[in-house]
Design a protein around this ligand. Sequence first.
Ligand code: HEC
Length: 135
Amino acid sequence: MKKTIWGPICISAAVVLLAACGGGDKKAEQKSEQKSETPAVKDNSMVTSVAGKGKELIASKDCKTCHTEETKLVGPAFKEIAAKYPASDENIELLAGKVIKGGAGNWGEVPMAPHADIPKDDAKEMVKYILSVGK
Ligand code: HEC
C-alpha cells in the first residue's frame, strides 16, 4: 500500500521541483538577455540643452576671464559654486541677480563685476549651467 501511495507523490514532487527550477532558470536567462539587448538609454536631452545654452551664453561673455569649471582664478571655480549652492529656484534667482548686479564677500574680498547688459533669463541659464558643473 505505502509503496503505491508514495511512489507517484515522490515522482510528481520531483517533477514539480525540476519544473520550478527549470522555469526559474529560463526566466532569469530571459531577463539578462533582455537587459543586454536594450542598453539603458537615459533621456538627458532636456538637461543637456538647458546646460548647453548656459554654457554658450557664458562663452559669449567675459566670465571665463575670472572663472573656469575646475580651478579658482579671480572668482571661484564653477565646480565650487555648484558644491556650495543646491540648484534650487531660489538660488538660481539669487545668483542670477548677482551675475547682473555684481557681488562680493561670499568668496573673498575681490568683487565680481556687474553685468547689467545680461537679461535675467540669460543669467538664469548661466547659473543653471554653473550649478550643474561637477554634479
Ligand atoms: C572680473 C572678474 C569676474 C568676471 C568677469 C565674472 N566673475 Fe563671477 N565672480 C567673480 C568673483 C571675484 C566672485 C566672488 C564674489 C564673492 O566673493 O561674493 C564671483 C562669483 C560668482 C558667482 C557666485 C556668487 C556668489 O554669491 O556666491 C557666480 C554664480 C558667478 N560669479 C558667475 C559669473 C558669470 C555667469 C559671469 C559672466 C557673466 C561672471 N561670473 C563673470 C569674478 C568675476
